[in-house]
Design a protein around this ligand. Structure first.
Ligand code: AMP
Length: 219
């Protein structure tokens, strides 16, 4: 099973991907996390993508696809995985399809108001090591500034500044329609009310995933 989470920044994709990982054992693959790791480590790739990421622009399809390809070839992805932040363009969706055409897929589209996005992102902290997501107001880590899962130091993302957030939302709205159309014509798309609280969102996701996995005899 390939689970794809589509949604604007701050719509809760990362948090739900963590819950899916905990409940189904599907690793979370966040292209944003993979890219941030490259930037943090100062690799050639990291240096190439740093400027685009800071400005909230998309990095090239080829670079992102390579990262995804390498990650999904690992053994822990065999029975399934969750993609958070990929695909972002119709071209990426088509390339992914080519890469692994046989795998069943379920796609969730998170719909969230801009006001709620800004509220959530203003208090967001992330773990660069394992990708876990926290929020100062409603999802604090147990120990201040440290990840509950791996103990690493939490950081505020550079692109979570209001002016960059607005650009990221604009870009999302500009590119999402063809993706939604693509997955809805494949009849694998489910809409999620991302304004709801975390537990309710996960309940809706779980209901769909349980049904899909049962039908596929994978559960
Ligand atoms: P995210 O953590 O998903 O919000 O991604 C952070 C940044 O990484 C984005 O603003 C882009 O610069 C880059 N990025 C992440 N995923 C992709 C993707 N699928 N295609 C292009 N750029 C991406």
């Amino acid at each position: 099973m390939r689970v794809i989470l589509l949604g604007p920044p701050g719509s809760g994709k990362g948090t739900q991907a963590d819950l899916i990982r905990q409940n189904y054992g599907f690793p979370k693959i966040s292209t944003g996390d993979l890219l941030r790791k490259e930037v943090e480590a100062g690799t050639e790739l990291g240096k190439k993508v740093n400027q685009e990421m800071k400005a909230g622009q998309l990095v090239s399809d080829d670079l992102v696809l390579k990262l995804v390809e390498n990650r999904i070839s690992l053994a822990d992805c065999q029975s399934g995985y969750v993609l958070d932040g990929f695909p972002r363009t119709l071209n990426q969706a088509r390339l992914l399809e080519k890469l692994e055409s046989k795998r069943r897929e379920t796609v969730f589209e998170f719909r969230v108001s801009e006001q709620e996005i800004l509220r959530r992102l203003s208090g967001r902290m992330v773990c660069l090591q394992c990708g876990a997501v926290y929020n100062i107001s409603n999802n604090k880590p147990q120990n201040d500034g440290l990840c509950d899962f791996c103990g690493s130091k939490l950081v505020v993302r550079e692109d979570d500044r209001p002016e960059v957030i607005r650009e990221r939302i604009r870009l999302y709205l500009e590119t999402i329609a063809p993706l939604v159309e693509y997955y809805s014509s494949k009849k694998v798309l489910f809409e999620i009310n991302g304004d709801d609280v975390t537990e309710n969102i996960f309940k809706s996701i779980k209901a769909v995933l349980d049904r899909q996995l049962t039908q596929a005899g994978e559960h």
